[in-house]
Design a protein around this ligand. Sequence first.
Ligand SMILES: NC(=O)c1ccc[n+]([C@@H]2O[C@H](COP(=O)([O-])OP(=O)(O)OC[C@H]3O[C@@H](n4cnc5c(N)ncnc54)[C@H](OP(=O)(O)O)[C@@H]3O)[C@@H](O)[C@H]2O)c1
Length: 303
Amino acid sequence: MIPLISVVGTGRVGSSIAFLCVSNALDDVLLVNRTKDKALGESLDISSAIPSNSKFSIRGTDDYSELVGSDVVVITASVGVYTKDRSENMDIQVKMIKNIAEKIKQYCPSAIVLIISNPLDVLTYYFQKSSGFSRFKVIGIASSLDTSRFRYCISETLDVPQSSVQNALVLGEHGDSMVPIFSGVSVGGNPLFSMIDSRDTISENVRNYWKTLRNFKSRSQFGIAKNTFDVIESILNKKEIEIPASIVLEGEYGEYNVSMGVPVKIDQNGVSQIREINLDDDELSLLKKSSEKIRSDIKLVSH
Ligand SMILES: NC(=O)c1ccc[n+]([C@@H]2O[C@H](COP(=O)([O-])OP(=O)(O)OC[C@H]3O[C@@H](n4cnc5c(N)ncnc54)[C@H](OP(=O)(O)O)[C@@H]3O)[C@@H](O)[C@H]2O)c1
């Protein structure tokens, strides 16, 4: 079997992504985990979800050399659980991503790489810089999850179905400085601004969504799994999607030396376009603050 989708780090998030790929018969899946037994256990469990008419399979390993042939590699590896801020384990996560980048460069240099591990934007930046991969092939997936959460928070505030909330978008850091973009949002065809007094409560609820969730469940897994699955599907099925995602910027939005969530189009070759959309003055200034926060985190671990 030549694996086409490889998932590095098969904890909660990695195994949930693998489950969606396998149960939707998307392609063969390889699980790579530091502790081999975990990869073996998850692959045995997920194998039972292979549809009877699927020609694809799943297997687990701790051996990176088995990545050879991967078209898409998803990185969900993590060496610690943060409790207050996603940047908490930054030093150790950056070391980890640099090691993984070396292996991916060695075994599947043509793969499109989706970064899921936190701190998301910093790791996307360091993966791209250490691998030397085209920036269009290293994509941090998180702002689409934050956008799903933004839509949820609007629908809860206004007591309307989530489906009536259109053109919601979250840009910038996958962290406390993320920027929910209100200016384009419509609800049931009407501008959101005509329905709310202040952006602040909704913004805080979006930023703190993960903390609220952790009051009830140890960590999130399904939302990011579905958002990541959608991207893998668009790559493998050659079906363009447009989402906000983190990518190293070289002048877009006036930014350099940083990776952050911006609207992108993704197809079978990775990011095909970075869209520069109109934002109001408040949003532009918040986005600038967000990029500065990520850039200062990048500098903190650059020694
Ligand atoms: N982007 C987003 O929106 C989003 C959303 C949710 C979560 N996340 C992030 O996703 C990551 C995973 O979360 P999780 O809840 O799935 O964590 P988890 O359950 O702790 O799983 C992490 C897995 O990574 C493995 N691992 C550690 N270092 C490795 C390496 N060098 N190579 C291969 N595998 C390695 C661990 O193996 P062991 O079994 O040996 O410990 C563990 O199985 C975290 O960084 C989390 O913050 C991101």
